[in-house]
Unconditional design. Structure first.
Length: 271
């Protein structure tokens, strides 16, 4: 939202929390599973930013919004999908298959569209902060590479597209960071940024699932993280660096060293 606010671009944001509605005139209630709330939220809207959390009903919910958008006269939908390595009807990831289904539905809708396909979020590392504080980077990868991206760059790309959707009609963007890194590389950059040694601690997929179970994650989230890391271990394209962030925004994406520096207190910096 900050990119739209800075450009003075009018927008309407949605929330499922009824208690928040009324606190801000640009905030309206919408629940993707509630058709009436979707229709009301879309009234008078020309461009939609479509991004929702992973959920077993994600494909049905987002496809329903696309249908409602077409009926409401929306001109363009900017959809956050998943990286190309994880997206496809033949992929062993239920989330990837859902995104592929939504993308196909959006194409059939006749609406103008732009697809954003981000790589592995740097912000995922924040969830590993307790282990990193203890000097370990637990990842279910060996020497496989990732082109991690800062979610702030995903937001910057989205804001740029939303400000001028016609210029990006029919485009798909691979949203990555500027580096292709192995888990050992990631651990080294974290170590340098924090001033203390952090070592990669490889996990098996079974250990990853067990960790997700212990955290209380529902079964469909457990399945997702295991399926995703299995794809990352098999598809080298997740390590490919794209220049789409700079192409769309005009600035280079954030590197991992900068991300670590910005979040050093969360990781237990000693420098």
């Amino acid at each position: 939202m900050s990119g739209l606010i800075a450009a003075r671009t009018p927008f309407r944001a949605t929330t499922r929390q009824e208690s928040l509605v009324g606190s801000d005139p640009s905030l309206v209630r919408m629940e993707l599973g509630d058709r009436d709330s979707v229709v009301a939220a879309l009234k008078g809207v020309e461009t939609v930013f479509l991004n929702s959390s992973q959920h077993p009903e994600m494909a049905a919910h987002q496809s329903g919004l696309i249908d409602a958008a077409a009926q409401a006269g929306v001109r363009h939908v900017v959809k956050v999908s998943a990286g190309s390595a994880a997206t496809g009807r033949d992929k062993p990831s239920w989330v990837g298959r859902a995104h592929a289904e939504i993308e196909a539905h959006l194409e059939r809708s006749g609406l103008g569209s732009t697809i954003l396909r981000p790589n592995y979020f740097m912000q995922n590392l924040l969830g590993l902060a307790p282990a990193i504080v203890a000097g370990k980077l637990p990842m279910a990868l060996q020497e496989h590479r990732l082109a991690l991206v800062d979610a702030r760059d995903i937001a910057a790309v989205a804001a740029a597209v939303l400000r001028n959707p016609d210029a990006h009609r029919g485009r798909s963007y691979e949203v990555t960071g500027p580096e292709s890194l192995t888990p050992a590389d990631i651990a080294d950059l974290i170590s340098a940024g924090l001033g203390k040694r952090v070592n990669h601690a490889p996990l098996t997929l079974e250990e990853l699932r067990a960790s997700a179970t212990r955290s209380g994650a529902p079964e469909w989230i457990q399945r997702h993280v295991v399926e995703l890391m299995d794809i990352y271990a098999r598809d080298d394209s997740v390590g490919l660096v794209s220049h789409d962030v700079e192409l769309v925004t005009g600035h280079a994406p954030v590197g991992l060293a900068k991300f670590v520096d910005d979040h050093a207190p969360r990781f237990g910096s000693v420098t």
